[in-house]
Design a protein around this ligand. Structure first.
Ligand SMILES: Cc1cc2nc3c(=O)[nH]c(=O)nc-3n(C[C@H](O)[C@H](O)[C@H](O)COP(=O)(O)OP(=O)(O)OC[C@H]3O[C@@H](n4cnc5c(N)ncnc54)[C@H](O)[C@@H]3O)c2cc1C
Length: 424
């Protein structure tokens, strides 16, 4: 046990994405018995295909006054960074109303402070967890580079970069020449850059999760491949998981089912206005250029990340729920945009992928105790930052479970914020 004398419990973590796996490993390292359940191979959900950047400078929420101004134009452009499948609109309306409310300037500043409190601790948590898993080579400090082809996009991003500066993020403004010194492959059309040197890159996000799972197993954790079909709570508020393999009475529960969490949180008595914000990637296995630093397009809002097995072009947001089939045109449209940024890029062969970001309207994850069920914890809703915040989430859940004070005020991440209306 790493600290204190808390009781050893049996935790069941549902969801083996990067967030659930980090929770499971942190709890195991704290001396608990831990069972990790997923319907799929661990790491095959949203955690499989993300952009692979540990974005510790991402202390700007998705909903801001500037983004709200751009939304109408974005929605009219089928190749824009955000689309809504209109039949989903009635179901999405409560989410969108909260999204609009979260964009109020005073709210944006408070949310930014709350995101930064997690981001500031993200890299230490990564190092500690990967050190324990003997997987420190899975990450590298590369920095990340925002590039701007138009002056308009650069000016529109200025307030976001100012907000990052207010949160203490180290930012370097670069001229066109300086951008090309840093990334020679970048197109002549790029006029400006903004470099965040402290960000890190994961060489292969799927392998990161599977290596953590290997360490979890090595240290005595149990992994079950089962689908949770229902959750029962009896009158004493004891929880039973009904899976395709049978019934599991649960001592302690961590719900980490990513974008699929809303339904299960409701079973545990918490109404969480979250939704899937679908994103896409194109994986280029023979990219033909040398890229060492992830490049993010400030004009079109997508990222290009060098990875162990090629270059990944990732991004876009599509509000279309959990059930609709992927629209791979959203992935293919990234190809010409990436070619325009990196002219030598070889885009064939390539593979397309779609994943469900677990997004909340206020861009803050839900991390904490389930309000109504003693012994149940929530760890989901990490939106655009689940990779970055996986290890710190695991640490915070282990702190809560061990009743240790965690140096982070957990109030902004509590599920209760949606009932209290703090998010409006
Ligand atoms: C295109 C794109 C780019 C991104 N880029 C970045 C980035 O660069 N940096 C960053 O920090 N984040 C990024 N993200 C976000 C990040 O990938 C997510 O926030 C993160 O993967 C969420 O992890 P998770 O563990 O909560 O969810 P998931 O990885 O989706 O895991 C949830 C798990 O729950 C399981 N599950 C669901 N329902 C059940 C059930 N009923 N029974 C059993 N198991 C169940 C699923 O099978 C799944 O394995 C990106 C996302 C996208 C889409």
């Amino acid at each position: 046990m790493s600290e204190g004398t808390h009781r050893r419990r049996h935790f069941t973590v549902v969801g083996a994405g990067v967030v659930g796996v980090c929770c499971a490993f942190a709890l195991l390292r704290d001396g608990h018995r831990v069972t990790l359940i997923d319907r799929d191979e661990p790491g095959r959900g949203c955690s499989y295909g993300n952009g692979g950047i540990i974005q510790i400078g991402a202390s700007v929420p998705v909903a801001t006054p500037g983004v709200l101004r751009q939304v109408p134009r974005m929605l009219l452009d089928p190749n824009g960074p955000l689309v809504i499948r209109w039949p989903c609109l009635p179901r999405l309306t409560p989410y969108l109303l909260r999204f609009i409310a979260a964009a109020r300037p005073d709210r944006v500043e408070r949310i930014s402070v709350a995101i930064a409190a997690l981001l500031d601790r993200a890299i230490d948590a990564f190092r500690e967890m990967l050190g324990a898993a003997e997987a420190l080579d899975a990450i590298a400090r590369t920095g990340e580079l925002y590039v701007y082809q138009s002056e308009t996009a650069y000016r529109a991003a200025r307030s976001a970069h100012d907000m990052r500066r207010r949160r203490g993020v180290h930012i370097e403004e670069l001229s066109a020449d300086e951008v090309r010194q840093l990334v020679p492959a970048v197109a002549l059309s790029v006029r400006r850059g903004v470099f965040l040197p402290d960000c890190m890159t994961v060489a292969n996000p799927f392998h990161l999760t599977t290596r953590l799972v290997e360490a979890f197993r090595r240290d005595g954790g149990t992994v079950l491949r089962e689908t949770v079909r229902d959750i029962e709570v009896d009158s004493d508020r004891h929880v039973t998981l009904l899976t395709d393999a049978g019934r599991h009475g649960v001592d302690r529960l961590v719900l980490a089912t990513g974008a699929w969490s809303r339904r299960w949180a409701a079973k545990l008595g918490a109404r969480i206005p979250m939704d899937s914000e679908r994103g896409y990637h194109v994986m280029l296995s023979d990219p033909g250029i040398d890229l060492r630093i992830p490049v993010l397009s400030g004009d079109h809002r997508f990222g290009i990340t060098p990875m162990a097995d090629g270059i990944r072009v990732a991004g876009t947001a599509e509000l279309a729920g959990l059930e609709a089939p992927p629209n791979y045109r959203r992935a293919e449209m990234l190809i010409p945009m990436a070619e325009a940024l990196l002219p030598g890029l070889r885009t064939n062969p390539h593979e397309n992928w779609m994943g469900h970001r677990p997004s909340t309207p206020d861009s803050l994850p839900v991390i904490g105790r389930a309000p109504r069920i003693p012994g149940a914890y929530f760890a989901f809703g990490h939106g655009h930052l689940g990779l970055t915040l996986g290890p710190i989430t695991g640490k915070l859940i282990a702190d809560l479970a061990g009743e240790r004070s965690s140096q982070v005020d957990m109030t902004p991440y509590a599920a209760e914020r949606f009932q209290r209306g703090d998010d409006r």
